[in-house]
Design a binder for this molecule. Sequence first.
Ligand SMILES: [Zn+2]
Length: 311
Amino acid sequence: MEIRYEHGICLEDKNRKVILDPSRQSDIGVVTHGHMDHLVKDAYMTHHTLDILGVRTGERRGKGIHYGFPRPVGGFDITLYPAGHVFGSAMVMVEDVLYTGDFNTDGGKTCGKASAYRCNTLIIETTYGKIDYRLPSKKEVIDDMLAWTRSEVDEGPVVFGAYEFGKAQEAISLLNSIGEVPYVPEKVARLNEIYNKHGVSLKYRTGTPEGNFTAVVPPSDLKKSPGALVELARKNNGTCAYLSGWCAFYSFFHSMNIDAQFPLSDHAGFDELMDYVKRCQPERVFTVHGSAKEFARSVEEELGIEATALK
Ligand SMILES: [Zn+2]
């Protein structure tokens, strides 16, 4: 089977062809999850992602697949497995080739977690593929974030900036676990409804809060022209925090105008990526996204497995 980059990750063998995470509409495409840089119409995806596509683009156009059930696409049999990245995210097994898509072996409260699968060829995402991209333990990050929330919410409003799909709902679910029901903008609420429809319970409020409150807003709302909830919090002596895996490596205090940052990641860090390759026991590895070249080099040097950056 030939594997190359052609408007997505193209797998071709005689007269069979499938494109994983296609960059444009494709009826032989498989979309792994609902982040905007992956969403295209007409492709195959989980039913969850299809609903997210509908909310984010206004058109619910594609073919829904259940996790774990093989389905013919472009002449191949493909199977989707949970990727633990965001709600509805999937890894794709095409015969003996596994494509991880964006994934996280720690998973989250709103998206399950990724398991390892034996495969001949592994195509792995390498957002944090550089050797210094080592993430702290997820449990530690969550404990810190919730302890900080408990102490700050007695003093005034607390607002979290988190990417509107995936990270925001993870934050809401974590806040719910300590009895907080955060306010969210309409844009986030519309996505939350899809979670509740699929049985992932999220408690949240919309509208204008009074007194002390917690809120979860898109990161852009923290910046120069702040969103209504951020403005209200700041007027009332509130604090703002940013949630992103990149907080483990960079400071966002100035650029995001925040008081705290927590490295809550929905990707695997370098150590988890290496461990994942070992557990899948592939004969060859392709790397995609982020630090693809650096990670391919680490796989060859540390594991002695042939590895190539795909793009
Ligand atoms: Zn993603």
